[in-house]
Write a protein that binds this ligand. Structure first.
Ligand code: GDP
Length: 612
């Protein structure tokens, strides 16, 4: 049934039928579902005042608006919902069917150690491990698999505790960024001779954001000048009030170096777990868990450390982990021992995946290999699609729109600066900005130092914009931010930062772009191939040539084509990612074959122009 409706576009009439669309779908995806012409949908939406292309990912509101105009009940499905649906189409679920009360059995707490650099996290993890090794049958040598379990006594009971042994905050935040929570308790290490430092605060913020209780380990009490009471005092400012001061946070004075009071710390972890958490799981079900670490081992193939969260994992199980799948060929414990069965909260290294899962991926056992493969493949297909539908996060430029569309009511910021004075000054001034009632400014984290992967992870979880004052991202972080669409703003003058954020809040900011030259190469020889088209034999004259870079071709200094890309790049017989100045390489410009000796290939990037 056709209905000439919106703005002259011929569209099907929905008559109230339900259409389910993945978050971030495009008009094309929508059109597919209802068998409409995408161009008509673009036209209709234009008439409704929104200009988008057919393949562009659009907001929930737009999908719903257009749907309702056409008489459809559009239901937006989040990535989590989508995965749930995908699993249920295979008659599977994750984290949902754990049986009744009677099936639940106590499981050990899973602990992550966090704190400022050099305050003793690594030393503490070593101390705990070496003094409390689980006495399982003759194992081999200690293996670092990303987590370990220890035994300790609480009263007459012997209890287990699982420690994630990658110190630093990355593992914790990376997992949360992927939607999995593996940590039950955070041990916050603070050196008694140093005090609360930027990463101490960062750790507190991470733990609070994840709603995970904290046990404070006041470390290095053996050192001269150690002042454990000062630490207690300092931390009250961050809402961590020691029990002896009437609060509910346990503080334990330790020396990781001298193994002092490690047992006291373990006891406090258990007491905190017993008081604040109900840690139980059903061991009698197909195992579910999370990958905390994974890599490709030369001899053994993909190796993943799995933390079992529910059920029991067994050798021979068919498993799927995110986009990867396989069958458990062997399991190794943290002492290098072979493990046949892993109960909840037990970390084991799993061999037998056909590819490497991602850290933070959920893991589940399924009935047979075929199902594992199909689930993994469906997820792969979906994540490819999601990558194409480039997910757009909030940036200062889009903030105005997001506010107008009521998508956000607050601007969330992470502030990093070169010293704590300026960071505080900036935060104070920003929080004082008067931008009316509708919008709220929230600072989820502030700290001193470069912009790290942790900051980025937190920004992804909280949809925050990162403000860098006289600081830059540490290596690799800028690229990642780019890929993940996290907006990082750099400033060197406080007033400029304030002005710009105020302007953004008022919806006035427009992005500016500039071209940045990356490299140039001279064509020395042209190889004609019927299969690959013409390949330019080049020497790189300046900078570097990267595969996939945008490119233009010049002949005698005149631009012949400005809209090319380095489609293939080779050094001798091998594919190369980049080739630097002075080296020879073969370049293919995709379907563009009009190349001649002495032509110049220039590559460039379009970057957002830093405001000055
Ligand atoms: P991380 O950066 O937090 O992992 O810190 P490390 O565990 O690497 O420790 C940093 C430094 O502090 C090392 O030189 C440790 O030997 C030292 N350290 C750690 N714990 C103690 C302690 O309890 N007492 C003393 N005196 N030194 C410690």
């Amino acid at each position: 049934m056709q209905a000439p409706s919106i703005g002259g576009a011929i569209l099907p009439r929905g008559n109230g039928s339900v259409v389910r669309l993945a978050r971030g779908s495009s008009l094309s995806d929508f059109a597919d579902k209802i068998d409409a012409n995408p161009a008509s949908m673009v036209q209709a939406l234009f008439h409704l005042g929104e200009m988008v292309t057919a393949t562009q990912s659009v907001s929930d509101d737009i999908l719903e608006l257009l749907g309702s105009e056409m008489g459809y009940d559009v239901q937006i499905v989040s990535p989590e919902d989508e995965d749930r649906e995908l699993l249920s189409s295979f008659d599977l679920s994750f984290g949902e069917n754990e049986g009744g009360e009677e099936d639940l059995v106590a499981r050990p707490p899973v602990v992550t150690v966090m704190g400022h650099v050099d305050h003793g996290k690594t030393r503490l993890l070593d101390a705990i491990r070496s003094t409390n090794v689980v006495d399982r049958e003759a194992g081999g040598i200690t293996q670092h698999i990303g987590a370990y379990q220890v035994t300790t006594h609480l009263g007459d009971d012997e209890r287990l505790i699982t420690f994630i042994d990658t110190p630093g905050h990355e593992a914790f935040t990376a997992m949360r960024a992927r939607g999995s929570q593996s940590t039950d308790i955070v041990v916050l290490v603070v050196a008694a001779d140093d005090g609360v430092m930027p990463q101490t605060v960062e750790a507190i913020n991470h733990a609070k954001a994840a709603d995970v209780p904290i046990v404070v380990a006041v470390n290095k009490i053996d050192k001269e000048g150690a002042n454990p009471q000062k630490i207690r005092q300092q931390l009250t400012e961050y809402g961590l009030v020691a029990e002896e001061y009437g609060g509910d946070t346990m503080f334990v004075d330790i020396s990781a170096r001298n193994n002092t009071n490690i047992d006291g710390l373990l006891e406090s972890i258990l007491l905190t777990a017993d008081a604040a958490l109900d840690l139980r799981a059903n061991p009698d079900m197909e195992a579910e868990g999370v990958a905390i670490e994974a890599h490709l081992d030369r001899g053994r193939g993909p190796v993943a450390t799995v933390l079992v969260q529910r059920g029991t994992l067994r050798v021979g199980d068919s498993i799927v982990a995110g986009n990867a799948y396989g069958r458990v060929r062997a399991m190794l414990g943290d002492n290098g021992e072979n493990v046949a069965e892993a109960l909840p909260s037990r970390p084991v290294q799993v061999l037998g995946f056909t590819s490497v899962p991602g850290a933070g991926d959920t893991i589940m056992v399924v009935e047979e290999d075929r199902v594992a493969r199909q689930v993994a493949q469906s997820r792969q297909a979906r994540s490819r699609k999601a990558q194409i539908g480039n997910r757009r996060r909030i940036s200062l430029e889009t903030l105005g729109e997001a506010l107008a569309e009521n998508k956000v009511e607050q601007l969330t910021l992470i502030i990093k600066g070169d010293n704590s004075g300026t960071v505080e000054a900036l935060e104070d001034s920003l929080l004082k900005l008067d931008v009316g009632e509708e919008v709220n400014l929230r600072v989820v984290h502030r700290g001193v130092g470069g912009i790290t992967q942790d900051d980025l992870n937190l920004a992804m979880i909280t949809e925050a914009i990162i403000v860098g004052f006289n600081v830059k991202p540490v290596r690799g972080v800028a690229e990642l931010a780019d890929r993940e669409g996290v907006d990082i703003r750099y400033y060197t003058v406080i007033y400029q930062a304030i002005d710009e954020i105020e302007a953004a809040l008022k919806g006035l900011l427009k992005p500016e772009y500039e071209e940045v030259a990356m490299g140039s190469a001279e064509i020395r020889e042209v190889f004609r191939s019927s299969k690959f088209g013409n390949i330019a034999g080049c020497i790189v004259r300046s900078g570097e040539i990267r595969r996939n870079a945008k490119a233009r071709l010049l002949r005698n200094g005149v631009v012949i084509n400005d809209n090319l890309a380095i489609d293939s790049l080779r050094r001798f017989k091998d594919d190369a990612v980049e080739v630097r100045e002075g080296f020879e390489c073969g370049i293919g410009l995709g379907s563009w074959n009009n190349i001649e000796v002495e032509d110049e290939i220039q590559t460039y990037e379009i970057r957002e122009k830093p405001r000055s």
